[in-house]
Write a protein that binds this ligand. Structure first.
Ligand code: TPP
Length: 557
């Protein structure tokens, strides 16, 4: 009878679930698994730090809507995945993380790399489990993919003890991957749908707020239909932008704070009311605003503020239901007083920003750099942003036009994601242009991945806002320990790895440098522009963290 080993079964399980890419670093006890995966045609992207592998898998998920897969060797290899996995957890992003581990039969003897890996992944995963026996490997992979992606998504971790990976068993004992013929979406109950439409109809200043749940439920078209049927203006969380194009006439990004404050009926779909939108509380929102909250996870409904109506359901299904019932009953639109007010506020705020976007100062103002990136990046481009000042500024300046086209540090505020996110996105969508806009500090965390980009032909353009340190410099107003980084020649480091690199000084030099770099990218070579930016330029945004707890309504939105 034919014999198979656990590694082969893991690889076959991944293949059966449609996995086409694994981000990883080699090492025991996973080498056999990677050999089987390669033989099955799964692309192996070998990175320089497992943290980046987890981040690449995260971006892969956020671009494709499928579960990204990363893998670390035993002990430190698995532990290095932690930051990326925690980030996926806070971002509610489906990632399958695989960690090799020591053999079960040597537990507690002080085996090579022995520590309780499962325990450290538990609090940062939707589910974490150890696969003890080879014959159940495929079944576990199936369950893991399902759990990561269904309902509120999140990461799943599997601990793979070395003995399981080498265990040879009779093929007959293998429990095959289950399959699912068809599955319906959870819909909202019809009474609640009617009530929601009544509330929206009775509103003077209604608002739709959406988040990544709309992306995971692939409900962009349904959301757009709802918006266009009802004429209700919308905002998305930063991660959810582009699901309906930012240049839609009912998207008035410059009026965001005003709209949130003024809205009297707020329909929230597929996003947690967390700090990103000020918990839905004052001062970001009015205490009296009536909230209708739609979420696939019933625990999210009414968790942080009083709500008028909760609907447990899938975003795609519920948008369809709402549109059907609202047709002819709810009609705001561009000519309504409310949307006109928002339009005026949007124009006013854009005009205020304009001088910085056109600033001719040297070093380049980061707002000007954002404008140059905005004007350069094609409509189908994917933008990964990382840093503090540069990320906040880019949020205000650079729009997103398509779903899965904007990647940023997310609710975990995790510096270091930029380059790995860009590479994960490029691996997921090789035909789409990818631009990474990076702070110099955050670039340093995973810059070795530029080598991965060169070796694995993942041509992205990295634009560094090099303000010589972490966040803006306070100038001579005060001393912030640890802020300054000096002037590292990131362009020369890039060159040494085989990428294209250029130092860029002055606003007029940015565009021509981007064009030169892009030619290289089009020829398959990653490129990095080291743009010297104004050290003291600070982003003007609502503060998003309140360590003293004195304000309940801080927000990134
Ligand atoms: C992994 C990690 N380490 C530290 C921080 C704290 N932190 C938040 S923003 C920031 C500075 C980012 O600086 P940089 O990437 O240079 O971008 P800039 O703000 O200067 O544009 C730091 C260190 C964090 N959020 N994540």
């Amino acid at each position: 009878m034919a014999q198979v080993d656990g590694s082969q079964l893991m690889a076959e399980g991944l293949k059966a679930e449609g996995v086409d890419t694994i981000f990883y670093i080699m090492g025991g006890p996973n080498i056999l698994l990677s050999m089987h995966a390669e033989r099955l045609g799964i692309r192996l992207i070998d990175v320089r730090h497992e943290q980046a592998a987890a981040m690449m898998a995260h971006a892969y998920s956020r671009v494709t809507g499928k579960v990204g897969v990363c893998m670390g060797a035993g002990g430190p290899g698995a532990a290095n995945l932690l930051t990326g996995v925690a980030n996926a957890f806070l971002d509610a992003c489906p990632v399958l993380a695989l960690g090799g581990s020591s053999a079960v039969h040597f537990y507690d003897l002080g085996d090579f790399q022995e520590f309780d890996q499962l325990a450290v992944f538990k609090p940062i995963c939707k589910w974490s489990a150890r696969i003890y026996e080879a014959h159940r490997a495929k079944e576990y992979v199936h369950m893991g993919m399902l759990r990561a992606r269904q309902g509120k998504p999140g990461p799943v971790y599997f601990d793979m003890p070395g003995n399981m990976l080498v265990e040879r068993i009779d093929e007959k004992r293998v429990w095959p991957s289950p399959t699912i013929g068809a599955k319906s979406l959870p819909i909202g109950d019809s009474q609640s749908i009617e009530k929601a439409v009544d509330l929206l109809k009775g509103a003077k200043k209604p608002l739709l707020i959406t988040g990544s749940g709309v992306f995971w439920s692939d409900a962009g078209a349904e959301m757009q239909q709802f918006v266009e049927t009802t004429g209700i203006p919308f905002f998305t969380t930063p991660q959810g932008r582009g699901i309906v194009s930012d240049d839609h006439p009912l998207s008035l990004l410059g009026a965001r704070s005003y709209a949130l404050r003024e809205a009297d009926v707020v329909l929230v779909v597929g996003t947690r009311l967390n700090f990103i939108i000020g918990y839905g509380r004052p001062p970001r929102f009015s205490l009296d605003a009536k909230f209708i909250q739609v979420d696939v996870d019933s625990e999210e409904i009414g968790r942080t503020r009083s709500i008028e109506l909760g609907i447990v359901g899938d975003a795609k299904a519920v948008f369809r239901q709402l549109t059907e019932v609202a047709k002819g009953r709810v009609s705001f639109g561009e000519s309504s007083v409310w949307v006109q007010q928002l339009g005026a506020k949007d124009r006013e705020n854009r005009e205020k920003m304009s001088p910085l976007l056109h600033s001719e100062q040297t070093p380049v103002h980061p707002m000007r750099l954002c404008k140059e990136v905005r004007d350069f990046i094609p409509r189908n481009g994917i933008l990964a942003v990382d840093g503090h000042e540069i990320m906040n500024m880019s949020r205000q300046v650079i729009p997103s036009f398509t779903p899965g086209s904007r990647l940023n540090p997310g609710p975990n505020g995790c510096m270091g994601v930029g380059l790995p996110f860009g590479l994960g996105a490029k691996a997921a969508a090789p035909d789409r242009p990818v631009v990474v806009l990076h702070g110099d500090g955050s670039l340093g965390l995973n810059m070795m991945e530029l080598d991965t980009a060169v070796r694995r032909q993942l041509p992205v353009l990295v634009v560094v806002s090099n303000n010589g340190g972490w966040t803006a410099s306070p100038g001579n107003k005060m001393h912030v320990p640890g802020r300054d980084l000096g002037s590292v020649r990131y362009d020369q480091i890039a060159q040494s790895m085989g990428a294209y690199g250029e130092l860029v000084e002055g606003p007029q030099a940015v565009r021509p440098a981007m064009e030169r770099a892009w030619k290289e990218v089009e020829n398959g070579r990653p490129a990095l522009l080291n743009v010297l930016t104004e050290p003291t330029a600070r982003a003007q945004t609502v503060p998003f963290a309140s360590y003293g707890g004195e304000s309940a309504g801080t927000s990134l939105m």
